[in-house]
Design a protein around this ligand. Structure first.
Ligand code: NAP
Length: 268
């Protein structure tokens, strides 16, 4: 139980829930926040770190190694949401989203792997999204960032298979967290041809998270199980049955049939 765990983005939502759960189970947890001073009551150590800053990532890893001498589990959880029609999305918003959701996790992985390889052991868990399996309207940039991380994991597993390190993805559907407060909404043009459809989707997205989202504790329990598995799977999906089933439907239905169902579901 003296495993050392790093969780990025652990001041809120899923990361905080995982941190609390694993701390209660006896693990040594280091979480990150850009403003840890805002969370003095955190049940585990919160280190100041912005995943978009390379120096913060290096300092974080060095800090944990200098105290604990090892990192057993890295949970790449820090991430933000995104909405906006692709045609009207600001490119700087897209870059910012990819920086947090894709380049940041890669930087964490690159900095953690040398130590894990040396110890011939380690586990990396990337928190992705069910949205990474399906190109959802007005969320394309978010879907693409999570899809990219899913695929990267598959490549990484092959590259490091001889070094005793496991890498897995956990893809949640809607989870009841503060995700909306940090989300990039790259759109505000009420005269746009997209506005009506976008706004309708925006409202239903918010409702899905606030009223229909699952409890983050469910993800924490899954993470605990994964940490204790000898041979974890590559992809884990967790969420409401209909959201999980949509991935199965996409696999088995012809493209155009699935697209028609998705558009009808989104009233498009
Ligand atoms: N909630 C959902 O419905 C849902 C669904 C699918 C996937 N996910 C994924 O689950 C993960 C956690 O989301 P959540 O719902 O728990 O959101 P949340 O409540 O908004 O928490 C996000 C966490 O990420 C941290 N964070 C944001 N930007 C950061 C940055 N640049 N550097 C370091 N930390 C940063 C935040 O910390 P500070 O602000 O304190 O720095 C916070 O602790 C994300 O990757 C998200 O994409 C969420």
């Amino acid at each position: 139980m003296n495993k050392v765990i790093i969780i990025t983005g652990a001041s809120s939502g899923i990361g905080k829930s995982i941190g609390n759960y694993l701390t209660e189970k006896g693990y040594i947890v280091y979480g990150t926040s850009r403003k840890p001073e805002k969370y003095p009551k955190s049940e585990f150590t919160l280190v100041k770190s912005d995943i978009n800053k390379k120096s913060d990532t290096q300092n974080l890893i060095n800090h944990v190694i200098s105290i604990e001498g090892k990192i057993d589990v890295l949970i790449n959880n820090a991430g933000i949401g995104y909405t906006g029609p692709i045609e009207e999305s600001r490119i700087e918003d897209i870059e910012s989203l990819f920086s947090t959701n894709f380049f940041g996790p890669i930087e964490m992985i690159k900095n953690t792997l040398p130590l894990m390889r040396k110890n011939n052991s380690g586990l990396i868990i990337n928190i992705t999204s069910i949205a990474g399996y399906i190109g959802l309207p007005f969320r394309g940039v978010f879907c693409a960032s999570k899809s990219a991380l899913e695929i990267l994991t598959e490549s990484l597993r092959a590259e490091i298979k001889d070094y005793g390190i496991k890498v897995v993805n956990v893809a949640p559907g809607d989870v009841k967290t503060d995700v909306i407060s940090r989300r990039i909404d790259s759109f505000n043009d009420k005269n746009s041809i997209y506005f009506k459809k976008y706004y309708k989707t925006w409202k239903s997205m918010n409702k899905d998270v606030e009223e229909g989202g699952i409890d983050p504790l469910k993800i924490s329990r899954l993470i605990f199980k994964i940490i204790n598995k000898n041979n974890p799977k590559i992809h884990y999906v967790i969420g409401k049955p209909l959201q999980k089933f949509s991935i199965v439907l996409k696999k088995i239905l012809p493209d155009l049939v699935f697209e028609r169902i998705l558009n009808r579901f989104n009233s498009l």
